[in-house]
Ligand binder design. Structure first.
Ligand code: PGA
Length: 314
């Protein structure tokens, strides 16, 4: 929630929208009589509104020209301001009408496995605000999420590395630090600083191929020309954590898959040079397809929630 008042609130107009509407009509039509007729008001009513508006602004807004009225320079500015306010109000009414359309429908998303630790929390406010919308969230690895986007079976997807071959819009929304994890009692656990060469002498437990976490690790190893072949591949973050805890080796995992205090899970994060690998999660959608109203609304609401929330520090 935004707590600071919006800029200018303390100067919120003493003028009313009704006065502004009459004033704008006088400027546009050049005479009080014509404006009153267009607005279906009595001429003295419009004249009174103009006087009140001049008093509220403390400005001379209109001047006589021939038999009609024209705005002064400041009156011209006020007419423009009034038109912008009416346009904003119209947008509000359009949005309100569109939101009525959210009484039913479906929001289909796919998300990589590492986001399952927080994505349901981000869906919560939308689910509560739009109880008629059915939310279908598929949690899969990166390759499966990409396949769903390619097939068009989901509208939105959360992932670290959007594929370059699809026409996607992307919005980076949260940092995803990848860390090296060991069992709490591992011989390297108490060390203050480790190199990648040192940890790569240990057995590596990795996610399955098709996982974005694994791809990010493989990219890093290739960049550094380090060979660290997985001894074992496991198909979920939780299975990996169990195997690490059981002392079978080290793993590279998203920090978000671990408890705030990894020690409570019998795990520790090793201080390896070059880690965490700092990546972002993106929300992506196809720009060659029209997003449904539920998808557009979810995006807009999430943007405004995350826009004012402090980024979580990890
Ligand atoms: P994954 O997710 O390892 O579950 O495929 C990685 C990602 O964040 O893209």
């Amino acid at each position: 929630m935004q707590e600071d008042p919006p800029p200018g609130l303390d100067r919120a107009p003493r003028a009313s929208l009704v006065q502004l509407r009459s004033f704008e009509a006088v400027v546009r039509l050049g005479a009080v009589g014509r404006a009153a007729q267009a607005l279906n008001l009595a001429q003295p009513t419009v004249s009174t509104q103009l006087k009140e508006l001049a008093a509220a602004t403390g400005q001379q807004l209109l001047q006589a020209q021939g038999r009609g009225l024209v705005p002064t320079a400041v009156g011209e500015r006020l007419a423009e301001t009034a038109r912008a306010m009416f346009a904003a109000w119209q947008r509000f009414e359009d949005d309100a009408a569109a939101l009525q359309g959210l009484r039913s429908g479906r929001l289909r998303l796919a998300a990589v496995t590492t986001t399952e630790y927080f994505l349901p929390d981000l869906l919560g406010p939308f689910a509560r605000a739009h109880p008629g919308i059915r939310i279908e969230l598929a949690v899969e690895n990166r390759d499966a999420v990409v396949a769903q986007l390619a097939a068009g079976s989901v509208e939105l997807a959360a992932m670290m590395m959007p594929p370059p071959h699809l026409p996607l819009q992307r919005w980076p929304f949260l940092e995803n630090p990848l860390v090296v994890v060991a069992a709490a009692g591992h011989p390297l656990a108490g060390r203050r600083r480790l190199t990648l060469a040192q940890v790569s002498a240990e057995p590596l437990l990795a996610r399955e191929s098709g996982s974005g976490t694994r791809l990010a690790l493989e990219n890093l190893l290739a960049e550094r020309s380090v060979t660290w072949a997985p001894r074992m591949a496991l198909g979920s973050n939780e299975a990996l954590k169990h195997a690490v805890r059981a002392g079978l080796g080290l793993a590279v995992l998203s920090r978000h898959t671990l408890a705030a205090e990894p020690a409570t899970e019998g795990l520790t994060v090793l201080p390896v040079a070059g880690f965490p690998i700092r990546r972002m999660w993106h929300l992506v959608w196809r720009h060659d397809r029209q997003l449904s109203l539920p998808a557009r609304t979810f995006l807009a609401e999430l943007r405004s929630t995350l826009g004012v929330r402090r980024k979580p520090r990890l």
